[in-house]
Design a protein around this ligand. Structure first.
Ligand SMILES: [Zn+2]
Length: 270
């Protein structure tokens, strides 16, 4: 977009005969000052979206904080909603020992990852709301994105997958999925397990409740069975993959068009 702001200079001289030279000179100076001020304002307005102000709540100054928050990657002031899968409702998938005693629950895995993701995003200045599975606040929810965090059953399989609302997928939803598919496996080294995307995911209850303008996805972090070591003992690494996916979306990146070089992951996955 060109850095140009239209300044319509009305023919202020009309009605005067050019005889008053002093007045015309003052008038011309005022017009020049006005043009300069308008141009500066135009440049400032155009600069904001490039530095993290886009979509932030009006009047909180976050757009300008974003100008100076190095490394915040546009998170400052952004409204993010995370569902901690099964929270407030049930335990989700469960791993049991031979005696039938639960040794790992999906709800606990989800909560650990959501808690860490929210903490990192908040440190970057984002407003993060952590929601229960059937949270009343889902109704009409307006946010810059909603991501629901789940994990898959305790079977001997490995991989993650994400889905958005099959009945109303928007380009923003698709870009959010592209961010997840790029950054989540990069952090976790998990394969993409596409053939277990179910209607429970593509017609996930929250998708029908939130405002249609809110981009949303549900992410299955991995399998409690085959990916247990990662999910149970490395929630920081898993949360890093989720956080990077969200930050990709917030900075308007589209990995399908311009993949970003992926930094080396410090922890090795067993
Ligand atoms: Zn679940």
């Amino acid at each position: 977009m060109p850095l140009r702001r239209e300044v319509v200079v009305q023919p202020l001289g009309l009605g005067y005969n050019g005889g008053v030279r002093q007045s015309a000179l003052v008038r011309a100076q005022r017009i020049i000052v006005f043009i300069i001020v308008a141009a500066l304002a135009g440049i400032a307005l155009l600069a904001v979206p490039f530095f993290g102000g886009g979509g932030s709540p009006a009047g909180d100054g976050s757009a300008w904080n974003g100008l100076f928050a190095q490394g915040s990657l546009r998170a400052a002031g952004r409204q993010i909603a995370l569902i901690s899968g099964h929270a407030g409702n049930d335990s989700g998938a469960v791993c049991e020992d031979d005696a039938g005693v639960a040794t790992l629950t999906e709800a606990a895995v989800n909560a650990a990852v959501v808690e860490r993701t929210a903490e990192t995003l908040r440190r970057s200045g984002a407003f993060v709301t952590v929601l229960d599975e059937f949270d009343d606040r889902l109704q009409g929810l307006e946010a810059e994105l909603l991501l629901s965090i789940h994990a898959d059953s305790c079977v001997d399989a490995s991989g993650y997958k994400a889905a958005s609302y099959a009945l109303r997928t928007t380009p923003a939803d698709e870009r959010l999925l592209a961010c997840i598919d790029h950054y989540y496996p990069a952090a976790t080294a998990l394969p993409h397990h596409t053939d277990t995307v179910t209607h429970n995911m593509t017609e996930y209850h929250a998708f029908a409740k939130i405002a249609p303008t809110t981009p949303a996805a549900i992410l299955e972090l991995g399998f409690l069975g085959g990916d247990r070591v990662l999910l149970e003992t490395q929630p920081d690494l898993v949360a890093h993959g989720v956080t990077e996916s969200i930050l990709c979306f917030l900075r308007d990146e589209d990995p399908r068009i311009a993949p970003t070089p992926i930094p080396a992951v410090e922890s090795a996955i067993p």
